[in-house]
Unconditional design. Structure first.
Length: 324
């Protein structure tokens, strides 16, 4: 049943009123294309879900309204996930969290001129035109981590490259900090695989609109071709052979689903050097509860991983500290 909400905008901009109108019309309308194989959530979960929508759509200050309403439109058009009981959601937004350090780091200018992550300057961009669907907040985390790993032993790997936007970011970070380690880029190049019962958003085959040549071209604009390798196939079953005998200091796992995340993380972790960092994309995001589950299971099973959950759609595991 649709949620009744009132507009928080009075004497606000015309754009805000239009956005709110779009969000209000979307509230409570499930997406018929999303079908789950898992058990339906409880009625109490449905009530909590409707409250989340109402919280998103009502009462926020206009200076953060655009992002909030973008979230409202995105979320309200989706069906409630089948795992809402286990992984509840709420909107976290603060008008005080406005610092944007990526705007002053001039080392990123070359990257931003070629690839434009969503929300780079506070406005969502078309992911089909900018090379990456990973937003600027998560890109900044990757950049920060890789640029600080110069003294840690090992190579780097990305599992789930799509069109190469974050691969290029990792490459640029290596180049700008003069790190000579090798970058391995792994993708099926036929879309998402291993989707299963824990995955609400994905059914398999999504994000197939990419090619090896496209990824090669974008990464080669930041790193010499001899400094990176592209492995096509399912990781680790089809493309994990190169890991043997190698040490790693960084991994970016962006495979969207439970089993793929779990398999990749468990396969790579024993090859990590002390001080290495594994970044999990999609942790905590609505619709990728399978990834959230995989990360939390990984944390419980690996006492040498110190976990950081930054709640912008990522989690990080730092190698070397036994936390048991």
């Amino acid at each position: 049943m649709p949620v009744s909400v009132k507009s928080p905008f009075k004497r606000r901009s015309f754009l805000h009123r239009i956005l709110f109108s779009a969000a209000s019309s979307a509230v409570g309308k499930p997406n018929p294309e999303i079908k789950s194989t898992a058990a339906a959530p409880s009625s109490s979960s449905a009530a909590n879900f409707r409250k989340v929508i109402a919280d998103i759509a009502d009462g926020w200050h206009s200076d953060i309204a655009v992002d909030v309403i973008n979230t409202s439109v995105d979320l309200a058009g989706k069906q409630m996930t089948s795992h809402f009981d286990e992984f509840p959601h709420a909107l976290f937004a603060s008008r005080h969290n406005s610092y944007a350090p990526w705007l002053k780091d001039k080392r990123l200018d070359a990257y931003f001129s070629a690839i434009h992550p969503p929300y780079l300057r506070g406005v969502r961009k078309d992911p089909n035109k900018n090379g990456t669907i990973v937003d600027i907040y998560r890109c900044w985390t990757i950049w920060q981590v890789v640029t600080q790993l110069a003294k840690v032993e090992g190579d780097l790997i990305e599992v789930g490259a799509f069109r190469g936007g974050t691969s290029a970011l990792i490459a640029h970070a290596l180049s700008i900090t003069k790190q000579s380690n090798h970058l391995f880029i792994c993708d099926t190049f036929r879309g998402v695989v291993k989707a299963g019962e824990y995955d609400d958003m994905y059914r398999g085959g999504e994000h197939s609109e990419t090619t090896i040549q496209a990824v090669t071209n974008i990464v080669a604009s930041f790193l010499p071709t001899e400094s990176f390798s592209i492995e096509a196939g399912v990781f680790p079953e089809e493309t994990g052979q190169f890991v043997s005998g190698r040490r790693f200091k960084f991994a970016h796992l962006d495979v969207d689903v439970y089993q793929g995340t779990k398999d990749s993380a468990n396969f790579l972790w024993s090859h990590f050097s002390p001080g290495g960092v594994m970044v999990f994309d999609d942790y905590g995001l609505y619709g990728t509860e399978g990834v959230t589950r995989a990360v939390e299971e990984f944390a419980a099973e690996h006492t040498d991983a110190m976990m950081i959950y930054n709640f912008n759609g990522q989690a990080m595991a730092f190698k070397g500290l036994n936390t048991s």
